[in-house]
Structures are given as C-alpha cells and as structure tokens.
Design a protein around this ligand. Structure first.
Ligand code: 13P
Length: 258
C-alpha cells in the first residue's frame, strides 16, 4: 500500500535569482536558530550559485539541506557559464532543483535535458528535486495529467528504482507560481496521487511509497497546513515566501495551525 510508509516532510526554499552573499547568510542564520524547534522535518535552501559556498560554510554541522537551482549534465568541459554536478557536490550541495518551469520556459530545458541532468546528478551523488507542472492553458484544456505524465516519464528514464526512491518530485502548476493563486488542497492531492501511482507503475509500490512529492506554487503560512495535510503531499517548494525568515518560518511551522 502506497501510504504505509511514513514519509518525512521536506520543505525547500527556492530563492531563484535573489540574495547577495550577505543577505543569504542573514536569512540562513535566522533559519538555523529556528531549526531545533521544527521537529521531524527536512528543511532546505536553494540559494543562487554565487552564495552556495558561503552558505555551505555557515551550514557546516547543521541539518539544513543545501540545494542548487540547476546544473549541467556533463562532469566538466568547455561549457561557458555552466556549473557541473561535481562542482555542486564539492561546494557542499546535497540536492539540485531540476526542470523548474522557469528553466523550461525561459532557458530551453526540455524533458530530455531534465533527464540528462537528473542522471548526472545521481551519478555524482546529488539528489535531484525534479519539477513537473502544467501551464494554465494545458489545465484549461484538460491536459494536466497528460503533461505531468510526459514530464515524469521522461525525467526518470534510465533511472533505477534505488535512485528513484531517493529523488524528490515537485508538482508545481505553472499558473500557481508567483501568482498568489494556489492550487486548492484537492487539486494538489489529485495530481500528487496520480504522480505517485505512475511512479508505482514505472517502478513498484515500495518506490512509490518512499518517494516524496512536494507541492509548489504560492505556498504561504496561510495555506501550508491544508496542503501538507493531504495524504500525498509530502512537502513544499517555496519561492517568494522563502525569502523572508518570518514568512518561511510560518510555513515550516505549519503543524501549529493544522
Ligand atoms: P512561489 O512560491 O513564489 O509561487 O514560487 C514557487 C516556485 O516556483 C518554487 O520553486
């Protein structure tokens, strides 16, 4: 049964193209202070590349997870402007966000590219946080399941079950990102359940039961508890509300309002 395993919640702040090194250290410092009172939950931050090194040094010995927002699929090479997975590992990252809709929309990240990056991430000891999600027009055309199925199947191609169960999947409906318009609890649950079932078909029930699926798109303190209470919602990938300690802590303390 898919829900017999208790999945540890995982909430990651995706800082996108925000925060200088100084600002990053200030934000992380505030989170570190609050971490001990948050209970059994994985918390991570995904600063821009330029702040990863400094944040990693500040996080030494801390349980806070460090994620990058993207990577290249080669281990090294003549790829001006790109960052390789071993470099992320070297700087102290444990996770890397891949296939975010902003990468897909503005930087040409295709399903195939996301898959190459995901395989490279695993090969170099990083856990990918793989994002899927439909555009508003796709939802309105009734294609939500079709789109996320295509994205998920492509992203996991050639990845074995042992690796897949360690991955984090993030369902981020594009119409809910940065718009203030969140998916309802039921809309999120419906897609999460679909994704988990699909992982079960691609691999097996135990992999589906172990894989954590985050919801992303205008998550804030006010809606976090409702979303997190859904049986197949195991966490959140937070954009705007992760940039201020009070706002992010309001989400991390979702159990207080549930
Ligand atoms: P917002 O929380 O700002 O809607 O962004 C969500 C997101 O894209 C996280 O990756």
């Amino acid at each position: 049964m898919a829900d017999e395993i208790k999945r540890k919640p995982i909430i990651i702040g995706n800082w996108k193209m925000y925060k200088t090194v100084g600002e990053a250290l200030e934000l992380v410092g505030a989170l570190q202070k609050a971490l001990p009172r948050l209970g059994d939950i994985d918390v991570g931050v995904a600063p821009p590349f330029t702040a990863l090194g400094a944040v990693a040094r500040q996080l030494e010995g801390s349980a806070l997870l460090l994620a990058a927002q993207n990577c290249h699929f080669e281990a090294a090479g003549a790829f001006t402007g790109e960052i390789a997975p071993p470099m992320l590992k070297d700087v102290g990252c444990s996770h890397v966000i891949l296939g975010h809709s902003e990468r897909r929309q503005f930087f040409g990240d295709t399903d195939e590219l996301v898959n190459k990056k995901a395989r490279a991430a695993f090969a170099h000891g990083l856990v990918p946080v793989i994002c899927v999600g439909e555009l508003l027009a796709e939802r309105e055309a009734g294609q939500t399941f079709l789109v996320v199925e295509r994205q998920l199947r492509a992203a996991f191609a050639g990845i074995d079950a042992t690796a897949a169960r360690r991955a984090v999947l993030a369902y981020e409906p594009v119409w809910a990102i940065g718009t203030g318009r969140t998916a309802t609890d039921a809309q999120a649950q419906e897609v999460h359940a679909f994704l988990r079932q699909l992982v079960g078909e691609l691999y097996d029930g135990s992999t589906a039961a172990a894989l954590r699926i985050q919801y992303g798109g205008s998550v804030k303190a006010e809606n976090a508890a409702g979303l997190m209470a859904q049986p197949d919602v195991d966490g959140a990938l937070v954009g705007g509300a992760s940039l201020k300690p009070e706002a992010f802590l309001g989400i991390l303390e979702y159990r207080r309002t549930s």
